[in-house]
Design a protein around this ligand. Structure first.
Ligand SMILES: NC(=O)c1ccc[n+]([C@@H]2O[C@H](COP(=O)([O-])OP(=O)(O)OC[C@H]3O[C@@H](n4cnc5c(N)ncnc54)[C@H](OP(=O)(O)O)[C@@H]3O)[C@@H](O)[C@H]2O)c1
Length: 266
């Protein structure tokens, strides 16, 4: 496992990509490529607000990834599907959300030839919250679960990847499949809420980095679990930390909680 893996940032011109560039540099890792769809040759350090670092943004190509041990991707589902064939077994850390089943299949194929870590949320807090939510759902099996999230007004996918990951963790803890129990928004007249349903509600506005609330409602009480991200830096730092730990590992799928040492031995 390389101690200081060489990193390529994919989606380097984006809100997250810029933050990742700054975190890679702050972590003292060599940044060898900055890739973006509309690569305009701007210095990635300038984009990240840390001053020039001598790495210009380039369009996606296998050549652009040539010197990288690990690629950190925060782009779009289309961007990720364009990246996968270029990887050639390099380690991939991806935080891109809004993925369809076919995109997850591509990630699984990719894990046959290289180490792959995808996570809907790279913050330490949400990684722990996933576990807390599963535990609460198991301990309160009859309580109704509603997940509310809020994000900035530029976000494209809804509900957020984090909300879906929380829903998946809760459904799995109850032995359910999320697809059979998810309910996205409510309007008009309907039958009473079926038990086991998991409701999702997506709020959009302002510059909210990412808020998530999980309600577990039972007779005479409600439990509220939540997380508030106040800076994208928390996601970027988590992704860079994961990249450092993933590079050089055997092909396969890796989980963030295990990689960060956040799983409890129970
Ligand atoms: N897992 C987490 O912790 C976490 C946290 C926050 C956000 N996210 C997710 O990360 C993703 C990016 O979010 P963001 O807010 O940074 O988005 P953004 O500001 O829109 O940035 C997206 C970046 O991806 C690039 N890109 C898009 N399509 C591409 C393609 N086909 N080929 C190459 N590059 C492409 C864009 O390049 P150009 O600018 O050159 O067009 C841009 O640099 C979203 O899916 C978001 O939900 C995940």
């Amino acid at each position: 496992v390389p101690v200081n893996p060489r990193v390529a940032v994919y989606g380097a011109n984006g809100r997250m990509g810029r933050m990742v560039t700054a975190e890679v540099v702050a972590a003292g890792l060599p940044l060898v490529a900055a890739i973006s769809a509309r690569a305009d040759g701007r210095d990635a350090g300038d984009l990240a607000g840390i001053g020039p670092i001598g790495v210009v943004t380039r369009a996606p190509s296998a050549e652009a990834l040539e010197h990288a041990d690990v690629v950190i991707d925060f782009s779009s589902p289309q961007g990720l599907s364009q990246l996968i064939p270029l990887l050639g077994g390099r380690a991939l850390v991806s935080g891109t959300t809004g993925l369809a089943a076919a995109d997850f299949d591509r990630l699984a194929d990719c894990a046959n030839v290289g180490p792959v870590l995808w996570a809907a949320n790279f913050s330490t807090g949400v990684t722990v919250l996933l576990d807390l939510a599963a535990r609460a759902a198991r301990a309160l099996p009859a309580y109704d679960v509603e997940i509310v999230e809020m994000h900035h007004n530029q976000k494209r996918d809804a509900p957020s990847g984090t909300a879906l990951a929380l829903g998946r963790a809760i459904a799995a803890a109850r032995g359910h499949s999320l697809a059979d129990h998810a309910k996205h928004g409510r309007e008009g007249l309907s039958d009473p809420r079926p038990s086991g349903e998991i409701g999702f509600h997506a709020l959009r506005g302002g510059d909210v980095v990412g808020d998530h609330q999980i309600w577990l409602a039972g007779p005479g009480e409600r439990v509220l679990l939540g997380h508030v991200a106040t800076s994208r830096r928390t996601f970027a730092a988590g992704a860079v930390h994961a990249a450092r730990r993933l590079a050089g590992r055997a092909p396969g799928r890796y989980e963030l909680a295990a990689l960060l040492g956040l799983t409890e031995d129970r």
